[in-house]
Design a protein around this ligand. Structure first.
Ligand code: TYD
Ligand code: MG
Length: 487
């Protein structure tokens, strides 16, 4: 019998050590090492075997000018939000990791995609649910929910041909957790796309530790990576997320895959956001918005109109900011509540916004504008359960806080786009024209932006403010904003 070989792995970064360590030398975390049995033997069942032996060929250095370049083959799915997040469709041979909290809708998203890819043979491998459970879910999803404007399916791919195997195109379900058995099925079926739900349930016969452990996750991902690259088949991995929001398993998982997508949102809200965290084939700041309905996920192509609540009267503490997520401008409503603290320590809490950044805004308002916020409870809420990282929301938040503090509503049809600096200055934000245009499109009457967004030198491209119907108010610091707003 082969000797068992054990090794110690850091749960946080995947660092491997021959003996147990209290502190990881790679990521400096304490108490993260766990023992795992690893046995890189030669099991009876075969691994993924490529048809060609191109791997054995050693590569030669070539001048970059001589490298043949052809566009990546991409498959456009009927889901426009998904295409956008991937940077323009699914790239052949790409390995994509989709992370998200339990119950957020990862399986729903991927099954819906698998069911709605005409002309493609999709293999959906589930280690979490039985085939009957999946069928039940598929029944709920049978009527695809096309967005306004209709869906179209275009294949730009040459390497992916729809009729390689014997079986017809469509969605195939496999409930299996052994990678070797999965590869056997793949060889028979010859799918055009593979979905793995989830990577933490898989195990490889090469390694003896339990499914979900660092070495198993790493080995299974490596095997699937090899398969994706050598066969040109796109592979989607669903990954669990730990309590602190990291994708469970080693961080190196994120380094191995081509694209990392995060599916997030508040489980109690209907909106879900698909965010690209890393993308080798496109921008990593793209965002797709979905609505979770009883019959699956529906794309939201006009987010601004949905995120703004319909009100007839102006209320204090509510502002609208023109933010930009990826390439897309979005109007987002924020609400603030400032009230006298009943306890010694004032409470500060923010939903959808970084609490540290909120504290910074409060400090600036206190120090630069003289508002006494130190003994106040402050609550911030970004509506729709969306998380905003765009700093351009600062100005709107500051205005919301003061509006609530003074109990004076912000004038109707007013919006904001500006970053707040530590000395109270309003800093310029990127792509201001796009934000102004979006505000105008949605019927806003005035927008506050930074004075520094207007170019000072005559040589730079000038923003033509006369082009807009909307009144563009340029401000240099926060006092000026409050002067204009509250008099
Ligand atoms: P699921 O895809 O199972 O989440 P994950 O794979 O990320 O754990 O989603 C489960 C949730 O989605 C569950 O709370 C029910 C809800 N849901 C709907 O609201 N509508 C639907 O059509 C489906 C299939 C699920
Ligand atoms: Mg699931």
């Amino acid at each position: 019998m082969a000797k068992t070989k054990v090794s110690y792995f850091c749960q946080s970064c995947g660092f491997e050590a021959p003996k147990w360590l209290g502190k990881c030398p790679s990521c400096n975390q304490w108490n993260t090492f766990v023992e795992e049995v690893i046995e890189k033997g030669n099991p009876a069942v075969p691994d993924w075997k490529p048809k060609s032996t191109s791997l054995q060929r050693s590569n030669k250095a070539v001048p970059i000018g001589q490298i043949q370049f052809d566009e990546e083959h991409r498959v456009l799915t009927p889901d426009k939000e998904f295409n956008r997040v991937l940077g323009g469709g699914i790239v052949a041979g790409s390995l994509v990791l989709i992370g998200g909290e339990p119950g957020i809708g990862k399986s729903t998203l991927m099954l819906q995609l698998a069911l709605n890819l005409p002309g493609q043979k999709v293999l959906y491998v589930s280690g979490e649910e039985s085939d009957r459970q999946i069928k039940m879910r598929a029944e709920r999803l049978t009527a695809p929910l096309p967005p306004e404007g209709g869906a179209s399916f275009i294949s730009t791919s040459a390497s992916i041909s729809p009729s390689r195997g014997e079986e017809a195109a469509g969605c195939y379900i496999l409930t299996e957790t052994s990678t070797q058995n999965i590869f056997k099925q793949i060889e028979q079926l010859q799918p055009d796309m593979v979905v793995i739900d989830s990577i933490q349930t898989l195990h490889s016969a090469h390694i003896e530790s339990t499914p979900g452990s660092v070495s198993q996750v790493r080995e299974c991902t490596a095997e699937l990576l090899r398969f994706a690259k050598e066969s040109g088949t796109p592979v989607f991995l669903i990954g669990h997320i730990t309590k602190d929001g990291m994708i469970a398993g080693p961080k190196i998982l994120e380094h191995m895959v081509d694209t990392v997508l995060q599916f997030e949102g508040d489980r109690h809200h209907v909106y879900r956001i698909l965010r690209a965290v890393k993308n080798r084939f496109g921008s990593a700041s793209e965002l797709g918005i979905y609505e979770m309905l009883g019959a699956g996920l529906r794309e939201v192509s006009n987010p601004s109109e949905i995120l703004l609540s319909q009100r007839d009267e102006a209320l204090s503490g509510i502002t609208i900011s023109a933010t930009l997520e990826g390439m897309r401008p979005m109007m987002i409503e924020t609400q603030a509540l400032v009230s006298t603290s009943a306890y010694g320590t004032p409470q500060r809490s923010a939903t959808g916004f970084d609490t540290r950044r909120m504290n910074m805004l409060l400090a600036v308002l206190e120090k630069r504008c003289g508002f006494k916020l130190g003994a106040k409870d402050v609550f911030l809420n970004i509506t729709g359960g969306i998380r905003v990282e765009d700093p351009a929301i600062d100005l709107g938040l500051a205005a919301a806080i003061i509006s609530s503090h003074e109990d004076i509503p912000i004038p109707f049809k007013t919006c904001f786009a500006g970053e707040l600096g530590l000395s109270g200055e309003i800093r310029a934000v990127n792509r201001i024209e796009q934000r102004i245009a979006e505000a105008e499109k949605l019927g806003f009457e005035q927008i506050f932006i930074s004075k520094y967004n207007l170019p000072t030198g005559g040589d730079k491209k000038r923003i033509d403010l006369t082009r807009y119907q909307i009144a563009v108010k340029t401000v240099a610091n926060i006092e000026e904003v409050f002067g204009l707003l509250f008099g």
